[in-house]
Design a protein around this ligand. Structure first.
Ligand code: FES
Length: 136
């Protein structure tokens, strides 16, 4: 992992290294996560409906580009029994493949058996720098 390119704009780096999968680069910036969308490993998030899973210190976060100007970030871990939810770009929902729970893009349960919402995170995209900050 080459974290140097994502440390730009993250002066309070703690040295922790979250993982966004093979080749992807993210970095802690203060208590938050920073994702440099200029990095080739993160290009999925430059396209509408692109997704990236980021392993944060206490969660796995599914990051979804929902529009040219908006990105959402929610826990990928289904609250029913811990399977990984998947983004349905047609229905604009999150589905769990294990027992069929469905969530909105803000993490609200739309269909059980899950009864608790997914953890939702504030995601701020600075379009002038292509730096995404996920507030933990
Ligand atoms: S683990 Fe997701 S519905 Fe059961």
């Amino acid at each position: 992992m080459t974290a140097a390119s994502v440390l730009v704009g993250c002066p309070a780096d703690t040295g922790l290294a979250p993982d966004a999968g093979p080749g992807s680069t993210t970095a802690m910036c203060g208590i938050n996560l920073c994702v440099d969308l200029k990095d080739a490993a993160n290009t999925a998030l430059t396209m509408v409906d692109g997704t990236l899973t980021i392993r944060a210190p206490s969660d796995e976060i599914l990051v979804i580009r929902t529009s040219p100007t908006a990105i959402v970030a929610v826990s990928e871990i289904c609250t029913h029994a811990g399977c990984s939810v998947r983004y349905d770009h047609v229905g604009k929902v999150l589905n769990c493949p294990c027992h069929g729970s469905r969530y909105s893009l803000t993490g609200t349960v739309l269909r059980g058996p899950a009864t608790r919402s997914l953890q939702s995170y504030t995601a701020q995209l600075d379009q002038s720098t292509d730096l995404l900050t996920i507030m933990l």
